[in-house]
Every structure is written in C-alpha cells, then in structure tokens.
Design a protein around this ligand. Structure first.
Ligand code: PLP
Length: 220
C-alpha cells in the first residue's frame, strides 16, 4: 500500500462517521491524487482555481472538487461548470458572481460562508453579523443558483491549543445559532492537519486535510 493510501485509511478510521474528509491536494501532482482516489477518497480540495481546473480535466469525473482558498471574482467562471463546494465565500459580491456563473452553466453551486475566527490579521473571513446580513438579505434570497449550506473557519496557526479550542468552539456556537433560523446550514468546515482533532471535538463535520495525507508541500 502506498503511504498516501495508508494515510487515507488511517484518517478515515479515526474520524467519526459523520465527519467528511476533504483531501487538500494543492501543489501535489495528479499521480498523488490518483493514489488517494484509488484508496477510496473522492473529495479533493484546492486553493487555486487554475490549478484545480487543470487537475479536474485530467482526473476521473466523479471526483468532487472543493475550492477552499480565497476566490477572486474574475476567476469564478473557470470553475463554475464543475466545482461542488466553495468553502470560503467572504462577501456578497462574490456570491453574486458565483450565482451568475452557475446560472450560465444551469447549475446550483453550494457555498460556505467563511467566518473570521483567528486573531491573525492575515486570515480572510467575515464577522458573524456580516454573515447573518447575507443570509437575511433579499439579494441572496433571490439568488437561484447558489445555496449557502454552512460555515467555514480557520483557527490561528499556533501551538496554543487552548486558543485553537476557543476559536473552534466559537464557530460551533455560531453555527448552532444560525442553524436554528436557517436549517439548510448543515456543513461546518473546520480543521486541518495540525488541528483537526480539536476541530472534531468541537463539532466539525468536514475537515480539510493536506499534509497529513500527501506529505509536506514544497512551494518551489
Ligand atoms: C492548505 C489548506 C488546508 C490543508 O492544510 P494542511 O495543514 O496541509 O492540512 C486546509 N484548508 C485550507 C483553506 C488550506 O488552504
């Protein structure tokens, strides 16, 4: 068994059944993705639209592709035909563009709103108030080709587990509150290689794991 297959198997065994695993394959070659696919992993995530599209073209068509990175509106058109979940919607304007491009493709694209839970300035995301405003807005209510199905968050990159725990707990509380009014919110995407166990303990039902499956990334 390849190490990638072994990692997938171990992760799937350790995760509670209700937690979906998104294998984050950014920077990794299609041969690595194929190995994970052969091991039964059919959901992959990327953070660059162009890279994801090149991989989508080459790989089996029953793969579910998730865009987990920051999305620029002018690139939405390249993924509109096939993307199944956009994790990091950070403003209404982006949602409008996704709706427009999805309509052209006669599809509905599922989206998550990214909430800023980390104290780091470098992380994108909106406040809970801004997220609620979008859900409530007539502009969103009228959109027929996007569907907000949950929330996503990234914790601070720190050794301080207490802080990570607090940030995930905050997002889970927000998610539960929102779900009372908007029962269509079903996905809570939180947790990466370094912190997914803390995320799962806090109620995550979708983890985005890259390096723990494919090994460290080399950006050169
Ligand atoms: C890269 C990335 C991940 C996966 O990171 P690992 O630490 O390699 O598991 C998860 N979420 C997002 C948004 C990412 O960009």
């Amino acid at each position: 068994m390849t190490s990638i297959a072994k990692n997938i198997k171990q992760l799937k065994e350790s995760l509670p059944q209700e937690v979906q695993l998104v294998a984050i394959s950014k920077t990794k070659p299609v041969t690595d993705i194929q190995k994970a696919y052969d091991a039964g992993q059919h959901i992959f995530g990327e953070n660059k639209i162009q890279e994801m599209t090149e991989k989508w073209e080459k790989l089996p068509k029953d793969i579910e592709w998730h865009m987990v990175g920051h999305v620029q509106s002018n690139k939405v058109k390249y993924m509109a035909a096939y993307v199944s979940l956009v994790h990091a919607v950070h403003k209404l304007k982006l949602l409008k563009e996704i709706n427009k491009r999805a309509k052209n493709e006669e599809r509905t694209i599922k989206c998550l709103l990214q909430i800023k839970i980390a104290k780091e300035d470098s992380k994108y995301g909106m406040t809970t108030e801004q997220a609620l405003e979008i859900l409530k807005s007539e502009t969103y209510q009228k959109m027929k080709n996007v569907q907000i199905v949950g929330l996503m968050g990234m914790a601070t990159f720190t050794e301080n587990e207490e802080q990570v725990n607090e940030e995930f707990a905050f997002l889970k509380t927000t998610f539960d509150k929102f779900s009372e009014t908007y029962p269509e919110l079903e996905i809570l995407s939180m947790g990466m290689s370094g912190d997914y166990q803390i995320a799962v303990k806090n109620g995550s039902n979708m983890v985005r794991i890259g390096s723990a499956i494919f090994g460290e990334r080399n950006y050169n």
